[in-house]
Design a protein around this ligand. Structure first.
Ligand code: SAM
Length: 299
């Protein structure tokens, strides 16, 4: 009788990963953006870019089959791994539950992260469908990291470090650059993943800014509103925002808008893309100053 050969999990080989998953009765789920990073050099470079010392706490988003998790644990880091796929979670427990530095958070990270202990570092080959939403959510809810190293679709990376005035500049660029210095690390060709996605990705480093940015609650919805219709002017987007948020009569909304733009030195026919990240913050602070004054007159 022939002896069955044990299946070795080789993170650098698509065929090895495929056989391993088959032997475990697991498949890949497109809806979870499951694309494994096959290139060991890139995996090491991403983990090294974190510059985290042994003993530091790190969140790993989308641990998959543990290719990056293993590297983080080798560095002596305390890993809090987030994974939605129950099959992968079972494998991760089998692979790493012997390590006291490994802690698994099962379920959708968009729902699970708020109850988790904060960490200084975040690493993730992020599922494409939640990448931008997760980064924005962490920033908006004030969960900031000393350093984050993420792999995202190239087009998302371009938005993260886009400068004012460029075609890729968006509310997401403003959020990222207000709180972090965003640096491109490397281009990762689609062929470096299994299964191969349709587009290339980029590794991106986000280094927390040393200056504390304090944002009024109004800032985040105002920022989104100013970019909500890119064809509209700042004035149009601003008055729609004030009307929907505060329900003021049209003349009051117009008055607030005109005063805000004049005090800010804008004609009103500009588009949000021309404003530097800091300007959105100043605009929301000024709106808060003006509102009580203007609203004394409205019933
Ligand atoms: N870390 C592995 C690697 O680099 O090869 C896998 C990365 S793969 C692009 C994304 C991983 O995120 C998958 O394991 C997927 O199951 C997981 N994932 C997808 N959506 C998720 C969510 N909402 N919450 C937690 N994990 C998620």
């Amino acid at each position: 009788m022939q002896e069955e050969k044990p299946i070795i999990l080789n993170y650098n080989s698509a065929s090895s990963l495929r056989s391993f998953l088959q032997s475990e009765g697991l498949g890949m789920r497109k809806k979870y953006g499951q694309n494994f990073l096959l290139n060991s050099g890139i995996r090491h470079a991403l983990v090294n870019a974190l510059e985290a010392e042994a003993g530091a706490e790190v969140w790993e988003i989308g641990a998959g089959l543990g290719a990056m998790t293993a590297l983080l644990l080798e560095k002596g880091l305390l890993v809090r791994a987030f994974e939605i796929d129950c099959g992968f979670s079972r494998l991760l427990k089998g692979l790493f539950s012997g390590s006291e530095n490994f802690f698994l958070v099962e379920g959708d990270v968009m729902k699970t992260w708020p109850s988790q202990k904060p960490a200084s570092y975040l690493l993730g080959n992020l599922p494409y469908n939640i990448a931008a939403a997760l980064i924005a959510d962490l920033i908006e809810k004030g969960r900031l990291f000393t350093r984050m190293v993420v792999t995202v679709q190239r087009e998302v990376a371009l938005r993260m470090y886009a400068k004012a005035g460029s075609a890729d500049y968006s509310s997401f660029s403003v959020l990222c650059s207000l709180f972090y210095k965003v640096k491109p690390l490397m281009l990762i060709r689609s062929g470096s993943f299994y299964p191969r996605p349709n587009v290339d990705s980029s590794g991106v480093l986000l280094e927390r800014r040393s200056e504390i940015v304090s944002c009024p609650d109004l800032f985040f919805p105002l920022l989104r509103a100013l970019f909500s219709s890119r064809r509209k002017t700042i004035k149009n987007n601003l008055s729609a925002f004030i009307a929907s948020k505060f329900g003021k009569p049209r003349e009051v909304t117009e008055k607030i808008c005109t005063r805000l733009l004049a005090e800010f030195g804008l004609a009103g026919n500009e588009r949000a893309e021309i404003l530097e990240p800091q300007a959105f913050l100043s605009l929301s602070n000024l709106l808060l100053e003006i509102l009580p004054d203007e609203c004394k007159h409205c019933r």
